[in-house]
Design a protein around this ligand. Structure first.
Ligand SMILES: [Mn+2]
Length: 330
């Protein structure tokens, strides 16, 4: 596939040439993905450019306060793609976790715009803006859009939400001075960090509290290797009536363990469908570990999906990871 690296000054001009636009992101979208699709949609609305956000699943309830129901549609018919001149894919390292997965990109006449910050991004777009130095896709979008075009306050709020959720409210190493400069710019647009923290982070429901409690109570330590892990069988998902997105932020919690080099959370989101999330404090590169199973992400935050029997797969994964990272040298 032909790929072009494009500079920022023609980003909006290029999008404007390819309306109506379709805006999509990866399945099980996190705060950055949600902030990116709706921040861009709100921006395009404000500048009278036609676009549609298409989702394949309902959004985690934590984000309800920030999103308008009129701003998205659910995917009903995959042939719908053909009516869009451009498809903007946000925060996705490849198309396998998006609604484009069943569609060979060569079969669509739509132009694909790939905007992302995953180091594992495979540059699937016709145009690619992929920069692992961005703390978040939302930070990247602000960089691409800020300039002479006005940034509406609603977009600023959504982009700031994405930056904050992807950086642990600016506490993670990915949030450097460049990120703080963008945050300051958004702050000057009238949006507040504490308001976003209250509406997204301090918004867990009782079922989520129980899910987190279950995973934390049952966590296990492999102290020789500096690994802390927990697993959530599918039965817990049905008993507590929780969804995939209800554990967002949970694996980061395990990184709080003093002697953690690597935190692993394995969730059986559907019978025999296992989502594995990996986090590290920096010494271990979890992106390269996740790539063993076809996943990816960032050096300190990555994941992959695998199928099989939970405990068997978990043991296999832990054995391979232990072999790769070795024992702690303390
Ligand atoms: Mn992201």
């Amino acid at each position: 596939m032909k790929s072009k690296k494009v500079t920022s000054n023609n980003f909006l001009e290029l999008l404007a040439k390819h309306t109506p636009l379709l805006i999509i992101t990866h399945e099980n979208p996190d705060g950055d993905a949600i902030g990116a699709i709706f921040g861009l949609k709100t921006f395009l609305n404000y500048h009278s450019l036609s676009s549609t956000v298409l989702l394949s699943e309902s959004l985690p309830s934590a984000y309800n306060n920030l999103i308008n129901k009129e701003d998205y549609e659910y995917l009903t018919n995959p042939d719908e793609f053909s009516k869009y001149k451009g498809i903007v894919v946000l925060d996705s390292a490849n198309t396998s976790r998006t609604i484009l997965k069943d569609l060979a990109t060569t079969e669509t006449s739509s132009v694909i715009f790939n905007i992302d910050h995953h180091v594992s991004n495979d540059l699937f777009g016709d145009f690619n803006w992929v920069e692992p130095k961005w703390s978040s896709t939302c930070e990247g979008l602000v960089r691409l859009l800020k300039g002479e075009q006005a940034l509406p306050k609603e977009s600023a709020r959504l982009f700031l939400m994405g930056i904050l959720t992807d950086t642990g409210y600016l506490a993670f190493a990915a949030a450097g001075l460049d990120t703080l400069e963008i945050v300051t710019y958004l702050y000057k647009n009238g949006v507040s960090i504490s308001e976003i923290h209250r509406s997204v982070k301090e918004n867990m429901n009782k079922r989520q509290m129980k899910l987190w409690g279950y995973a934390i109570y049952n966590c296990q330590y492999e102290d020789e290797y500096g690994i802390i892990w927990s697993s959530i069988p599918n039965q817990i998902y049905s008993t507590l009536n929780v969804k995939d997105g209800d554990s967002e932020g949970l694996v980061e919690f395990f990184r709080r363990y003093r002697d953690c080099r690597l935190a692993l959370l394995i969730r059986e989101v559907e019978p025999s469908i296992l989502r594995v999330s990996l986090r590290s404090k920096g010494e271990v590169d979890v992106n390269s570990l996740a790539s063993i199973w076809g996943g990816g992400g960032h050096p300190r935050a990555a994941g992959f999906t695998i199928s099989g029997e939970l405990n068997l797969v978990l043991k296999e994964i832990l054995d391979i990871i232990k072999g790769k990272i070795g024992i702690c040298n303390h």
